[in-house]
Design a protein around this ligand. Structure first.
Ligand SMILES: [Cu+2]
Length: 242
């Protein structure tokens, strides 16, 4: 009798936990006539020199040489690296592919690797500690639950599900200079600018969209963009310190 009761109660519980992930209103369709959005994000005016970080703790592991901050990386032609570019109002387009492996955020030599990354919402992020020191992983998420976890050296991996779409800043309270950006995406039309500040978003169904650029220290800006069939729409942005 007990066993039978357990069985009946187990079914609805499992159903709740296996509930399909919310689709965030985005519909996956085949895109055969898409266009591309390409462009550059540049620093307006004279960019500040790269910020130097003095290692004030755990020099044996973190290194005693000053580090260069990756928060604002501006190339010789003023292109800004690691700007998050995305379409904010796309309803339909190509399917968001789940990566073959979990995205990882590695803490190594008291820096995050990679500094910025994009993965589909619902992914399990593997947070690795490759250092023989205590790190602390702290986010200021608002859409997803905020995370604040101590990761001692014996805790090599923490797996954290990032369920909802959001741009999330990560920092370590033990080493105040450690900063990273996680982009949990609800569709595939996201890109990070390269070292030249360039980006490309391919396979966009023809239509009018809002294109947003977001940078961790410079803030965000949006522009309207029209994508035509099998054509390239070029968009240029300039950002500067607020
Ligand atoms: Cu740390």
């Amino acid at each position: 009798m007990n066993g039978w009761l357990k069985g009946t109660f187990a079914i609805p519980l499992l159903a709740v936990f296996a509930w399909p992930m919310a689709s965030f209103g985005y519909e996956a369709v085949a895109v055969s006539n898409g266009g591309a959005i390409t462009g550059e994000v540049k620093y307006a005016g004279d960019p500040p020199p790269p910020e130097k970080i003095t290692v004030t703790k755990d020099a044996k592991v973190c290194g005693s040489e000053p580090k260069v901050s990756k928060a604002l990386v501006v190339g010789p032609e003023k292109g800004i690296q690691n700007v998050v570019v995305s379409l904010t109002d796309i309803q339909k387009g190509k399917a968001l592919q789940k990566p073959a492996q979990n995205p990882t955020l590695d803490q190594k030599n008291c820096e995050y690797h990679p500094h910025a990354q994009i993965f589909p919402a619902g992914s399990t992020l593997d947070i690795l500690n490759s250092d023989d020191v205590l790190h602390n992983v702290k986010t200021t998420s608002k859409v997803n639950p905020a995370v604040n976890i101590a990761q001692p050296k014996f805790r090599r991996k923490i797996s954290q599900v990032i369920a909802k779409p959001e741009i999330i800043k990560v920092q370590c309270d033990v080493h105040g200079w450690m900063r990273a950006v996680l982009v949990s995406a609800d569709h595939p039309y996201y890109a990070l600018t390269d070292a030249q500040g360039s980006f490309k978003i391919p396979d966009v169904p023809p239509g009018k969209y809002t294109l947003r650029v977001w940078h961790e220290t410079l803030g965000e800006e949006t522009k309207e963009v029209t994508v035509n069939e099998k054509a390239e729409a070029k968009v240029a942005f300039e950002l500067k310190a607020k």
